[in-house]
Ligand binder design. Structure first.
Ligand SMILES: [Zn+2]
Ligand SMILES: [Zn+2]
Length: 183
């Protein structure tokens, strides 16, 4: 008689472009805790040249998502890319990141998160990573400013909201991932 532990879902995290591998490594523990999963570092993904808009000096986040979708392995529940270039979508002057429910991939950038305080940068990166992964599990923006799914326009708002889901979003996340609710 053998009892096998239930296999944990895997969230893979890839450096995109020139992002240092350490930035990926630093995210793994908080993702394991937040998403009750195994979080692993994935191979580096190249920034597609077509994503760069020279007139804006920014990269189109939606143009990076297909590259991540192509790199995603079937055994990974999600693939998150960590970029270090400024990202945009056509109607906004910048975005911290973007998540895609259908393909199960997300991207966020460190470009606007930098600070002399490394701990603050790590917390900001965790906040953006969790927010964009939240979108890949079909979570919408939250009306509670202390929920990680709050839409931040500024870094100050991001710093204020922190890395936690509100109870409703925590429940919705578990439901959408077909996981039992947290005790
Ligand atoms: Zn969002
Ligand atoms: Zn919420």
């Amino acid at each position: 008689m053998s009892r096998q532990a239930a296999k944990k879902p895997v969230i893979a995290v890839a450096p995109v472009g020139r992002t240092p591998s350490e930035a990926v490594e630093r995210l793994l523990p908080v993702l394991r805790e937040t998403f009750r999963c195994d979080a692993i570092a994935a191979p580096r993904v190249s920034l597609p040249a077509s994503a760069f808009d020279a007139s804006r000096g920014q990269s189109l986040s939606s143009a990076i998502l297909p590259v991540l979708a192509a790199a995603k392995r079937p055994e990974w529940e999600r693939l998150l890319g960590v970029a270090d270039v400024d990202l945009y979508v056509p109607d906004l002057n910048f975005v911290f990141g973007e998540g895609d429910t259908r393909r199960g991939v997300a991207i966020f950038s460190l470009a606007r998160l930098h600070d002399a305080d490394e701990k603050l940068v790590a917390r900001r990166a965790a906040t953006e990573a969790i927010h964009e992964l939240g979108h890949t599990y079909a979570l919408a923006h939250c009306s509670r400013s202390d929920c990680v799914m709050w839409f931040s326009n500024t870094l100050a708002e991001s710093d204020r909201k922190g890395v936690r889901f509100c109870p409703e979003h925590e429940k919705e996340l578990a439901r959408n991932r077909r996981l039992p609710p947290r005790n």
